[in-house]
Design a protein around this ligand. Structure first.
Ligand SMILES: Cc1cc2nc3c(=O)[nH]c(=O)nc-3n(C[C@H](O)[C@H](O)[C@H](O)COP(=O)(O)OP(=O)(O)OC[C@H]3O[C@@H](n4cnc5c(N)ncnc54)[C@H](O)[C@@H]3O)c2cc1C
Length: 393
């Protein structure tokens, strides 16, 4: 059996950034457990669905993102044995740890919506949240000149679920420019009582949806879909059935990884039971979690990881020195394109209070510069700085 000082499970945004940060602040023996799968910069998926990016722009090999100086264990984790301080791998081997960081993200729960898996296979239901569907979603949107389309915002937890508005606004803007918007019947299903329940941007988003003629179903979720009958059934207060649907852009519900269930917090759809402020597991010593996998009591996002990575790397060192731990305030972001050239940014903390990164300019006002930053600058910062453990405010 091998043993490493710090073992990180998952080579996504959270795992790679954290491993790189640990090495940068002096850790000597860091291992990342990850199968050899493509690494994705997921925020660009919405732009793939909007015809503004390609899959190849957001995809790298895991080999190219695992930081130099870090051991890459090319397998998947299947269980954690906290009493023995060991992780079990798919091939039956075990890896011992000094500290363990759980960063395997969430998984789609297609079975939670009857009919969804079959509708996705048939290509009638598509989403940017599933990478191999994003190009097909763009093709469907690009080819439509009339019909009924249903978009959804997923219930929490979800990976930056609010950004599911991006494909809707990008598509509607395209249809308007082509002069076919009036022949489109666009519906948005949101689990929130307003658009996102982020009060300082909901007004702007509602107004834009109104201008585009989008019918918004609030406090509603997709209960089932039937691609044979072309129906989307909602389970909100009205129990609406949307029929004659031509395209269902349904983001699946998400849950934590099933194999981490023994370390999950009840009532969180399987997210890892950390103290949301220190990111330390509440009962398993020397176990930590961050990113989409962790029950951090705020909405997940890659932007949130900018803060979590710094704090967790510090907290691992501090806990070893017996020092008090730093606290994460739940900072997170939701970037939303309002059309094909403007974007607004909602930044807030765990209490829902606005938490802007700058006071020089109001980022909640839709701006072309913000769209350019989100579409073109963020991917560069991600691959060149964040994944290399550099801090960005
Ligand atoms: C369509 C979409 C758009 C988004 N847009 C934005 C945005 O605009 N802005 C923003 O800030 N955030 C956005 N996000 C959210 C952001 O991408 C996630 O919050 C971020 O990727 C979370 O990183 P993570 O490492 O926790 O999880 P992931 O990125 O899911 O990575 C988890 C990794 O763990 C690996 N893994 C899984 N199981 C195992 C196992 N058993 N053993 C070992 N490894 C395992 C996976 O292969 C994966 O590589 C978006 C997400 C999506 C899906």
């Amino acid at each position: 059996m091998t043993r490493h000082d710090v073992v990180v499970i998952g080579a996504g945004n959270a795992g790679v950034s954290l491993a790189a940060r640990l090495l940068r602040v002096g850790a000597k023996d860091v291992a990342v457990i990850s199968p050899d799968r493509p690494h994705l910069f997921r925020p660009l998926l919405n732009y793939v669905a909007g015809g503004q990016a390609t899959l190849s722009e957001l995809t790298r090999s895991t080999a190219s993102v695992v930081p130099a100086g870090c051991t890459w264990i090319r397998d998947r984790a299947v269980a954690v044995h906290p009493d023995e301080r060991e992780v079990e791998l798919g091939d039956g081997r075990r890896v011992g740890y000094g500290d363990l960081v759980l960063a395997p993200g969430m998984e789609e729960d297609l079975d939670a919506v009857p009919g969804l898996a079959a509708a996705m296979r048939a290509g009638w239901s598509l989403t940017a949240h599933v990478e191999d569907q994003a190009p097909a979603l763009w093709e469907a949107i690009d080819g439509m000149t009339r019909g009924r389309v249903v978009f959804t915002i997923p219930p929490e937890p979800s990976p930056c679920g609010g950004t599911a508005l991006k494909p809707l606004f990008l598509a509607a803007d395209l249809w308007r420019d082509r002069g076919v918007l009036r022949d489109m019947d666009i519906h948005l299903v949101t689990p929130f009582s307003d658009v996102l329940d982020v009060p300082f941007v909901d007004g702007e988003l509602s107004a834009r949806l109104g201008e585009l003629g989008v019918i918004v179903h609030r406090q509603a979720r997709v209960a089932s879909v039937d691609h044979g009958e072309c129906t989307v059934t909602l389970d909100g207060p009205t129990g609406t059935v949307l029929d004659a649907v031509d395209l269902a852009v349904v983001v699946p519900p998400y849950r934590g990884r099933a194999w981490l269930e023994p370390l999950a917090r009840p009532g969180t759809s399987g997210l890892v039971d950390v103290d949301p402020e220190t990111l330390a597991h509440r009962s398993a010593p020397r176990v930590w979690s961050l990113g989409d996998a962790a029950a951090i009591e705020t909405r997940s996002s890659g932007g949130a990881l900018r803060r979590q990575v710094e704090i967790l790397a510090d907290n691992i060192a501090r806990s070893r020195l017996g020092q008090s731990l730093r606290r994460y305030d739940g900072y997170t972001i939701i970037p939303v394109t309002l059309d094909r050239r403007r974007l607004l940014l909602a930044e807030f903390d765990r209490s829902g209070a606005q938490a802007p990164t700058t006071s020089l300019v109001d980022l909640t006002v839709p701006r072309r510069a913000l769209w350019l930053f989100d579409r073109y600058v963020e991917p560069v910062l991600y691959f060149r700085a964040l994944l290399r453990g550099r801090l960005i405010p």
